[in-house]
Design a protein around this ligand. Structure first.
Ligand code: ATP
Ligand code: MG
Length: 415
């Protein structure tokens, strides 16, 4: 036998129920976003590497070690996108979406790529559905973004705790950074190698380190919320008030920093205890658009990890009942069955036409194998009489009816 080719490490097939779960998660989120009047933006899968280096940050895990980068045939440095926000910001600037002077609400969905160690809920190709609001500093937007994340979790019946924090702004964050640096320097020896390196370049990132020793040190670090300027404090306060008004439950985590550099003010994560991982995460990035060459544009958003949500979805909505139309006889019966099967589909009934040949017993075996709920046999007698046996494979009941009557019965079943 020839050698079999496998999927690339960290990449996966989603087949059958998995694929349906994927669609269910994405469609549920999409419905909620559409209801909130977000517009879809379909982005390219690759961007120039420098877009991510400049937005996500040079000293982040994503840019330092997780990106799939390559040179195209023209020698350009290109990366498979590791996330969606940078692309949205690039598109916003490139297409002058700010031109009409209003804010924009956009959502995207698709594959992201990160060269991480594959494990449950962590893959090298994964999917996100994300939302971004560009062009407003109103804390109403922060509250609504978090509310949407909460709505998605509730709609999917996924249990997760919403943690929120504020990372301050250009005015107050440097003071906090200084205090944090001071504290961390005293514990330098206890930090992991990565964090010792991060110390001068990006001390905030240390609070996000997953190494236990670093997490212990982070626990007693100074809190950013003690360093916020008046504006950031008020903003944070408002966001929390609005969330309470909406009845969104959340906890404050003063050490929540997120793994990307572009955040300011509000950050949040929806953490699943069951998975031990974050399923939805986001926040404000008031400087990103300007740093990428656009006009000053306060903005915010979130990204939901589709695979992680899939791991937590317990129940999929049932598919509508399946009808198997079985031709029995010769060419004429096959042709009639073909037409009748399409007649059912026209009415929105999930229908399979049997391509199997042979004994009727084999046909019923096939019906069971494919999980059919009903069968209709189309044979010579049936065509002559204009009456067809509709069999319910669960109750084994059979009724003979004119075809249009069968359509009516099945339509009520298909809901
Ligand atoms: P983590 O801390 O778990 O590495 P992150 O902070 O890198 O997550 P974000 O960049 O905020 O993740 O991405 C938003 C969401 O995308 C995450 O909350 C998660 O649900 C999902 N996600 C991120 N990386 C992966 C991955 N490698 N595989 C599957 N889902 C992922
Ligand atoms: Mg990560």
């Amino acid at each position: 036998m020839a050698e079999k080719v496998k999927t690339v490490r960290g990449f996966r097939d989603l087949i059958g129920e998995e694929a349906r779960k994927y669609r269910y998660v994405v469609d549920t989120a999409r419905d909620i976003l559409e209801r909130n009047n977000f517009e879809e933006i379909i982005l390219p899968t690759v961007e120039y590497t420098k877009l991510f280096a400049r937005s996500i940050g040079e000293a982040t895990d994503i840019v330092e070690k997780e990106m799939f980068t390559f040179q195209d045939k023209g020698g350009r440095d290109i990366a498979l996108r590791p996330e969606g926000t940078a692309g949205v910001a690039r598109a916003y600037i490139e297409n002058k979406l700010y031109a009409d002077g209003t804010y924009k609400k956009l959502y995207y969905e698709g594959s992201m790529f990160r060269h991480e160690r594959p494990q449950k809920g962590r893959y090298r190709e994964f999917h996100q559905i994300g939302a971004e609001v560009l062009g407003t500093s109103n804390p109403l937007a922060d509250a609504e973004i978090i509310k949407i994340a909460d709505d998605i979790l509730k709609a999917l019946k996924v249990d997760a705790t919403i943690e929120i924090n504020s990372l301050g702004c250009k005015k107050c964050r440097p003071k906090y950074r200084e205090a944090l640096l001071q504290y961390l320097k005293e514990h330098k020896e206890e930090l992991c190698e990565d964090c010792q390196r991060r110390l001068e370049r990006n001390p905030l990132r240390i609070l996000d380190c997953k190494v236990e020793g670093c997490q212990l040190i982070a626990k007693n670090a100074p809190k950013i919320t003690d360093y916020l300027c008046e504006e950031c404090k008020t903003h944070h306060q408002k966001v929390k008030e609005y969330l309470k008004a909406l009845g969104v439950e959340f906890v404050e985590n003063p050490y929540l920093v997120r793994g990307l550099d572009y955040y300011s003010k509000t950050v949040f994560e929806c953490v699943s205890e069951e998975l031990g991982k974050t399923v939805i995460a986001g926040g404000r990035y008031d400087y990103l658009v300007e740093e990428l060459g656009g006009p000053p544009t306060p903005a915010l958003g979130f990204a939901a990890g589709v695979e992680r949500l899939m791991l937590l979805v317990k129940e999929l909505p049932k598919r509508p009942p399946l009808v198997l139309v079985i031709p029995f006889g010769g060419d004429r019966e096959r042709e009639e069955a073909l037409k009748l099967a399409h007649r059912l589909r026209e009415e929105g009934i999930r229908t399979e036409l049997s391509y199997r040949e042979g004994k009727i017993r084999k046909q019923f075996e096939f019906a069971n194998k494919i999980g059919a709920d009903y069968t209709i046999v189309v044979g010579e007698n049936e065509l002559k009489q204009g009456l067809f046996p509709l069999k319910n494979l669960h109750t084994r009941e059979e009724i003979k009816l004119p075809f249009e009557e069968i359509v009516k019965v099945l339509k009520t079943q298909s809901g």
